[in-house]
Write a protein that binds this ligand. Structure first.
Ligand code: CFM
Ligand code: HCA
Length: 539
């Protein structure tokens, strides 16, 4: 069952006029007969609407910077900001040198009222000194929360002085929570400083092995990066650095030596991908390791990029073996899942990435959206492959995939060219709007009211989002799967991840628990009424 324009209007009509006008632009009913459907994104959330979004500090410290394990990340601000951005995000890390893995520590200046009144710079300097004394990290980050910007603490100056005092990099991130409209601003701030201060800050010029790649936008939630790496390493790739799951300052410094950058989460790290391309000429390839088909396509495109016959063959061998191993298991779980429907609302890439894996289980996504993505994450980019002569080599032509500007170039044999053009124009950056079926809904910055209203119409069998809306929906008797933290499960990426996901989703449906839950509206009368004509609308 899809959603009609009338039903959508009804949902919107409950808003005050100004809110209705705003929200209307953030909701689409997919209609492939239209040449291009435009959705508004990356704009300010309406205050009080109960969004699931986070802040710039969450995007910078919590998401991009926090997983770097051999650095100590100091939150300059109230303890809650430090704790929440550390304790709830399941970015795992292992280290060969356990004395250089600080991922299990949450460090904050724990700002108090007196710091707000008299300034927190001295306290921050003291915390940096303590961190150096206790942990002896390779580098330190200082991450600003809202009050720091409001009272005007100069964290850049404090970091610079500390760097001179201790002789290790101390990086200041002015990622005050109020900057921008969501986490997205924080990603950008983090990307700029990692590129400026860490990547390439070394004498190393050679990659540590053949087929050297960086994995960008992979945060090792529930061990995802480890599962992807397992396959990549078996095929023969050298992973120079992962940004930033299980990542490290030491590896990140060498990232410029890789030959290809893989971009898993485009939203959070496209800036580094583009800066690496501009500064070092390293091309980047959009990949997706969520779901079997997406994983296979990504592995094949990578092999085609390097164009080495042995690598292509090894890729095919690994794919054939892995699929033969996992498909029968997934087929069993599929029997439980077939014909069901899902909501898939996550931050800035998973709302799209997980739809393919749901489809492989026979589950259709009937509503999807992003908390804070930009328009290109919805609409994709028009990619027109075009062939240009190669300046360096007469024999191997380059394939430049162009959109508004050169995106990346591929040195491959002419025979592979046609095949590759096909694949890239399909998989390069399709965007969420291409993924959804007609009649189903795409919502940007979905809020709690809209969640409930769309649930009443579409009655999904499973709801996948985050911690903030999970429990309300579970109380409606609908199983929920957190796609941020995976509800303590995972990995969900790569081949083994697909098995784990299939198992967990099938388990949600098979559990008898849901039959024992009586949604509140079945027991209690709901106060619902219509406003009299001309009466002020409350929302
Ligand atoms: Fe990228 Fe992420 Fe996501 Fe994201 Fe996030 Fe996350 Fe996410 Mo939560 S970097 S955009 S800011 S894939 S923390 S690992 S799960 S909202 S969809
Ligand atoms: C964040 C981190 C988060 C939150 C998840 C959630 C994550 O945005 O601050 O709301 O459940 O993945 O941990 O996205």
């Amino acid at each position: 069952m899809a959603v009609s324009e009338e039903q959508l209007q009804e949902i919107l009509n409950r808003y005050p006029d100004k809110v209705k006008k705003g929200r209307k632009k953030h909701i689409l009913i997919k209609d492939s007969s239209q040449a291009k459907q435009v959705i508004e994104a990356n704009t300010r959330t309406i205050p009080g609407i109960i969004t699931n979004r986070g802040c710039a500090y969450a995007g910078c410290k919590g998401v991009v910077v926090g997983p770097l394990k051999d650095m100590v990340h100091i939150t300059h601000g109230p303890v809650g900001c430090g704790y929440y951005s550390w304790g709830t995000r399941r970015n795992k890390a292992k280290s060969d040198d356990p004395t250089k893995n600080f991922i299990n520590y949450c460090v904050t200046t724990d700002m108090q009222e007196s710091d707000i009144v008299f300034g927190g710079e001295k306290k921050l300097a003291k915390v940096i000194d303590e961190v150096v004394e206790i942990f002896k990290p390779n580098a330190i980050t200082v991450n600003a929360t809202c009050p720091v910007g409001l009272i005007g603490d100069d964290i850049g100056a404090v970091a610079k002085a500390a760097q001179e005092r201790h002789g290790i990099p101390v990086l200041a991130f002015s990622c005050e929570g109020y900057k921008g409209v969501s986490q997205s601003a924080g990603h950008h701030i983090a990307n700029n400083i990692l590129m400026d201060r860490i990547i390439g800050d070394t004498d190393v010029e050679e990659a540590p092995g053949p087929y050297a790649i960086n994995m960008l936008g992979e945060y090792n939630i529930g061990g995802d990066a480890w599962e992807i790496e397992r396959t990549l390493k078996e095929i023969g790739y050298t992973v120079v650095s992962t940004m930033t799951g299980d990542g490290s300052y030491e590896h990140l410094r060498n990232a410029h030596t890789a030959s290809l950058n893989l971009v898993q989460c485009h939203r959070s790290i496209n800036y580094i991908a583009e800066m690496l391309e501009k500064k070092y000429g390293t091309p980047w390839l959009k990949v997706n390791f969520i779901g079997i088909e997406a994983t296979i396509n990504s592995l094949r495109e990578m092999a085609l990029y390097f164009g080495d016959e042995a690598l292509i063959q090894k890729t095919e061998e690994v794919i054939a073996r892995e699929v033969a191993r996992i498909q029968p298991i997934i087929d069993q779980y599929r029997k439980v899942c077939e014909g069901k429907t899902a909501f898939c609302f996550v931050g800035g890439s998973r709302g799209h990435h997980y739809q393919g894996m749901y489809r492989e289980l026979g589950i259709e996504t009937v509503l999807a959206g992003y908390e804070f993505a930009h328009r290109d994450d919805y609409e994709g980019r028009q990619v027109i492959p075009e062939i240009k002569p190669d300046a360096d080599s007469k024999n191997i032509p380059e394939l430049h995939v162009t959109a508004d500007e050169k995106r990346f170039c591929l040195k491959i044999s002419p025979e592979k060219m046609e095949e590759l053009k096909q694949k890239i124009s399909l998989s390069y950056y399709a965007g969420m709007n291409c993924e959804m079926k007609d009649g189903y809904v795409i919502v940007d910055d979905l809020n709690h009211y809209e969640t409930e209203e769309f649930i009443k119409i579409l009655k999904p069998d499973i709801f996948s989002s985050g911690i903030k809306d999970k429990y309300v929906v579970q109380k409606m008797g609908i199983p929920s799967k957190q796609l941020h933290s995976y509800d303590y499960s995972g990995p969900y990426a790569g081949f083994n991840g697909a098995v784990n996901f299939a198992r967990d989703i099938a388990m949600s449906f098979a559990s008898p628990t849901w039959n024992f839950i009586v949604p509140p509206w079945k027991n209690e009368p709901l106060l619902e009424g219509k406003m009299a004509e001309g009466e002020e609308k409350a929302c």
